[in-house]
Write a protein that binds this ligand. Structure first.
Ligand code: ZN
Length: 219
């Protein structure tokens, strides 16, 4: 027989879930597309993990992101349905790519309960990939500039404008928390294996890919 749900039950289960993940050595296992945890909206963070556990979890997310390697990782990607993500990008790219994509270094950040809105109507399209969709990349047109509102890991409010590649990372990771994968927004005809991307589509911008594969780019 069903009974009233005790809020402390869910609280305990999230703590147990994270403790269980942290009990194993090394990077956390990354959940791949097809797992419903990537498609449900994540629960806003509201102290479900105590500060010590939150700090350990954030450190594990960061280590997992580094090991992958990736430039962002959202909690649902390790099976934890909380609105929490980490981003960091040393941007090891050529000057030409840096200029074309606005891929400037992004210091490590923790995003708690993030949301974003586009600023203006500008959109830019580039190949991107996702640690939860290994082996593939596709072109996604995204807001050129976004305003991000969030909390940091200490609960302090964040209200900041991101542009260039960091804006792309912020949109990609925040989308994860809403159950959206980059493929939902991608030009599917651009879908390319990692090998094809590196062998054929390593140019700073995706114009050649658009022509050869038959998809359109924003004006
Ligand atoms: Zn992703």
């Amino acid at each position: 027989m069903a009974s009233e749900r005790d809020p402390s039950v869910f609280r305990t289960s999230l703590t147990d879930l994270v403790e269980e993940l942290l009990a194993h050595e090394g990077p956390l296992p990354i959940v791949a597309a097809g797992d419903p945890v990537l498609r449900r909206g994540a629960e806003p963070f509201d102290g479900q993990l105590d500060p010590n556990l939150l700090a350990r979890f954030v450190a594990a997310l960061r280590a997992t992101m580094h090991a992958a390697p990736g430039v962002g990782l959202a909690a649902p990607q390790v099976g934890v349905p909380l609105r929490l993500a980490v981003i960091e990008d040393p941007a090891p790219v050529s000057e030409e790519v840096r200029r074309a994509r606005g891929r400037v270094p992004q210091p490590f950040r923790v995003l708690v309960n993030p949301s974003y809105e586009g600023i203006g109507s500008g959109r830019v399209a580039f190949f991107e990939g996702c640690l939860s969709v290994p082996g593939w990349q596709a072109v996604v047109a995204r807001h050129t500039e976004v305003r991000l509102t969030a909390l940091d890991e200490h609960g302090r409010p964040v209200d900041e404008v991101f542009s260039g590649w960091p804006a792309r990372i912020v949109q990609h990771e925040t989308d994860h928390l809403d159950g959206t994968l980059y493929l939902d927004r991608a030009e599917l005809r651009s879908l390319s294996s990692n090998r094809a991307t590196s062998e054929l589509w390593a140019q700073p911008t995706p114009e050649h890919a658009a022509e050869a594969l038959g998809f359109s780019l924003p004006d």
